[in-house]
Design a protein around this ligand. Structure first.
Ligand SMILES: O=P(O)(O)OC[C@@]1(O)O[C@H](CO)[C@@H](O)[C@@H]1O
Length: 412
């Protein structure tokens, strides 16, 4: 795709691009839809938990309650004149201001909800609450939990496995770590229940490609903190330690987002958890990652676009340039998947290659299915899953590993 298209700042430029296949954009005003339930069931519970977890004063509490009311029945109002990102959001929301929340694309409206929630808590305002993560208590409790001790202890058992088997196990734990999403847990129950199946598995393609490009640069776009980020970091350590990658760039969010998304502060907390773990292997991995950051083999990066309400199709040129030339970019989780393929009601058999052809490097999606969007399924798989009803798309019990090498486009 052209870099000119990528640089456009409007809310949904991909809709106008004749090169991009389209399907209906998901909105939250459809009765009975998953997206509507997120606004009308998940967010009220999330807000209740945030208000229980932190002693916000009356002003912040009122602002948070107001946001909840507004987001389920009000219209989209731009940020105040003093907001640091007012102009950016005005552009991202061009054509949406003044319209009901439910008429905005689901991805847009959810991203806006999290931006506004930070506002309501005083996250951006000079004062005592500036920079305080409203989801911090949940993230800290998860990281301190006994389940993490067990997961880290299991690393000692992996150390003796033959290389290939170990690599497969680490990839699998990074994949299923995506179930540990605190927002998802609000309505889906605690993570860790029955796992069913991989609905698409390009694991062999990924391993072969990483072997072929051994010693290249790998980008990993992280998703959730805590129980997802830990296995991601273990995978990063493996990629660096066995020479699969000479360098890894790890992308985190610039601010709290979608409840448990990882920020730099969450990365530091996870690193500390590794370094101070009783498990010898975990502590060694934490030490290696720390040194890799010191010597530049592990880069930690972020960009405002990671909290933008737009698909990756519309990423700005400076971010596009960072991914260009990477041997592989691994995207973790459901939200990254929605942004990678476009948050649309695609036929499930749409080719993953086509839906991701805009991305500037080969891509791998490691994702458990927690929203309606999915592409790249074999017709028989899609038909079999559909015959079970619609829940397979959102239950978190299915996962996928999908790879697009884009050789034709990049000449690799
Ligand atoms: O990106 P993640 O953490 O895997 O999932 C994010 C998520 O919980 O948020 C959305 C609903 O709020 C869903 O798309 C998805 O289930």
């Amino acid at each position: 795709m052209s870099s000119g298209a990528a640089a456009r700042a409007g809310p949904r430029p991909s809709e106008d691009d004749p090169d991009v296949p389209t399907a209906p954009v998901i909105r939250s005003d459809v009765p009975g839809s998953f997206a509507r339930a997120v606004f009308h069931e998940r967010h009220p519970e999330l807000v209740r938990r945030v208000l229980d977890a932190l002693p916000y004063g009356p002003g912040a509490r009122r602002a948070i309650e107001r946001l909840l009311t507004e987001s389920t029945g009000g219209v989209l109002e731009p940020l105040g004149a003093d907001a640091h990102d007012r102009e950016q959001w005005l552009a991202w929301g061009d054509g949406l201001w003044g319209r009901p929340w439910g008429e905005a694309p689901f991805l847009w409206a959810e991203s806006w909800f999290y931006r506004r929630l930070l506002d309501a808590t005083g996250y951006f305002r000079p004062g005592a609450w500036q920079g305080i993560d409203p989801f911090g208590p949940f993230k800290a409790a998860e990281l301190a939990g006994a389940a993490v001790d067990d997961e880290l202890a299991a690393l000692d058992g992996l150390a003796g496995l033959p290389g290939g088997q170990r690599a497969r196990a680490l990839l699998s734990s990074a994949l299923w770590g995506n179930r540990a999403d605190l927002g998802f847990g609000i309505t889906a129950g605690a993570p860790g229940g029955a796992v069913t199946e991989l609905v698409a598995d390009d694991g062999d393609v990924l391993r072969a490609e990483l072997e072929r490009t051994r010693g290249g640069r790998i980008c990993l776009i992280a998703d959730n903190a805590g129980r997802e980020l830990l296995p991601d970091l273990v995978l990063v350590d493996h990629l660096l330690a066995d020479g699969t990658a000479a360098r890894v760039d790890l992308y985190v969010k610039p601010q709290p987002f979608f409840v448990s998304d990882a920020t730099t502060a969450d990365l530091l907390a996870a690193l500390t958890r590794l370094r101070t773990a009783r498990s010898e292997q975990a502590a060694a991995i934490g030490g290696r990652l720390w040194r890799a950051m010191n010597d530049g083999k592990l880069g930690v990066r972020t960009h405002p676009f990671f909290c933008a309400p737009l698909p990756y199709h519309d990423m700005p040129d400076d971010l596009r340039a960072e991914f260009a030339g990477a041997a592989m970019t691994i995207l973790k989780g459901d939200l990254n998947y929605r942004r990678l393929v476009g948050d649309r009601l695609w036929p499930a058999t749409t080719a993953f290659d086509d839906a991701t052809g805009h991305f500037p490097s080969p891509v791998t999606a490691l994702r458990t299915l927690k929203s309606e969007v999915v592409v790249g399924l074999a017709p028989a798989t899609a038909a079999r899953l559909d015959a079970t009803g619609p829940a397979w798309r959102t239950s978190g019990e299915h996962a996928l590993v999908q790879v697009a090498l884009h050789r034709g486009a990049t000449g690799r």
